[in-house]
Design a protein around this ligand. Structure first.
Ligand code: GLY
Length: 371
């Protein structure tokens, strides 16, 4: 069990370090939206694969502003958030929840300016246009017949827009996507497939597949944590117990299959090779998602287990093996993340979503501990 008296100053100090790294990156590369490091440096010519990460850097600024009250973070957060507005109409990606919940949602909660809410509503409607009536899922950016587990992190903005506009048809789209994902991408043992392929004519589910995992039928760790966190968010918006049960199944798989320090390999099924490397961003996502589930679950025993697991993960991530503080010249906060092994993008590096969810988990944990 993690010693809370030792953990609190570790979390506070890691959050302070995160703020320093954000500030240094803004000063070094003004106006640049980082995605993943190469050799610890944010700016390089590596390809993005897809355009999904621009909300995370300003998202860290919104979180740091909320936590510290520092006006500089607010000023920069607005500066980096405002140019994202045109993406509310972006039909090329399935990631508008990532882009807008990490930015405009924080901004709106602070100011209650209806113009900010309108941006999120439009983003939710745009996401809804990805819905395939035949298979009843939101299609991924790679192809209309493809559904990613990652989309569970983006369905929240559909529920948000549906709630704010009382749009029952849009809410149905969100519900159907979650039910299809639960049925075909979440397995009986709580593990997840990265991708499902559907027959576009009949809507029939055809097979599992993957891009960033080890095999089509394996368990890519980040996908599992997108599901854990995403089904928790779906429960937050709908109060549908099936979604909480699914998130808990994912959480239980994570807890049963991850080494005791709390950081999973890139893929749980890899028995050798590159996919056995640790994936710190999945651990950060899990920590944040588990803190949500600790509040949602009606079971006191599970609540304690989820909270203690999140604390264990954060204890590990704030240690020298993962926190970049003692690595001279490293520009990220959290080392040892992985973006895409097969494409050789961001392997054993800092990754922007890992940075964001790490900071989010630190803030949630410190709030919970009253520190
Ligand atoms: N495209 C989302 C991810 O790499 O997890």
């Amino acid at each position: 069990m993690t010693d809370i008296a030792i953990l609190i100053p570790k979390l506070q100090s890691a959050l302070h370090f995160a703020g320093e790294q954000v500030r240094a990156t803004v000063e070094r590369y003004p106006g640049f939206y980082p995605m993943y490091t190469r050799g610890g440096k944010w700016k390089h010519e590596g390809e993005p694969w897809t355009h999904w990460c621009d909300g995370f850097f300003p998202g860290m600024m919104w979180l740091l502003h909320r936590r510290t009250g520092d006006a500089w973070f607010r000023e920069q957060a607005e500066r980096y958030t405002t140019p994202l507005a045109p993406r509310q109409h972006d039909r090329e990606v399935h990631d508008l929840g990532f882009v807008f919940m990490s930015t405009y949602h924080h901004w709106y909660r602070l100011t209650r300016d209806p113009k900010l809410r309108d941006v999120m509503i439009q983003a939710g409607k745009t996401m809804g246009l990805r819905f395939k009536e035949q298979g009843k899922y939101l299609s991924s950016f790679v192809a209309p017949e493809s559904c990613f587990i990652d989309i569970m992190m983006n369905v929240g903005i559909i529920f948000y827009a549906a709630r704010e506009t009382q749009d029952a048809a849009l809410r149905r789209v969100g519900m159907e996507h979650c039910l299809t994902t639960r049925r075909h991408l979440v397995r009986g043992d709580g593990s997840t497939a990265h991708e499902g392929i559907f027959d576009l004519t009949t809507g029939e589910f055809l097979r599992e597949s993957t891009h960033q995992g080890y095999r089509a039928d394996s368990s890519w760790a980040r996908g599992l944590t997108w599901s854990l966190y995403g089904f928790g968010t779906a429960y937050r918006y709908t109060r549908d117990r099936r979604f909480l049960e699914t998130a808990e199944m994912n959480a239980d798989f994570y807890i049963d299959n991850t080494p005791p320090h709390g950081v999973p390999p890139n893929d749980y099924d890899a028995r050798s090779g590159r996919h056995q490397q640790p994936e710190s961003s999945a651990a950060a996502i899990a920590a944040s998602g588990l803190l949500d589930l600790a509040a949602f679950t009606p079971s006191r025993a599970k609540s304690r287990l989820y909270r203690d697991t999140a604390f264990q993960i954060l204890d590990t991530l704030t240690g020298d093996a993962f926190l970049a503080r003692s690595t001279p010249g490293w520009e990220g906060v959290l080392k040892r993340g992985i973006y895409h092994i097969e494409k050789g993008l961001g392997v054993d590096e800092s990754v922007m979503w890992g940075e964001y969810f790490f900071v989010e988990a630190l803030v949630k944990a410190l709030d919970l501990l009253g520190a």
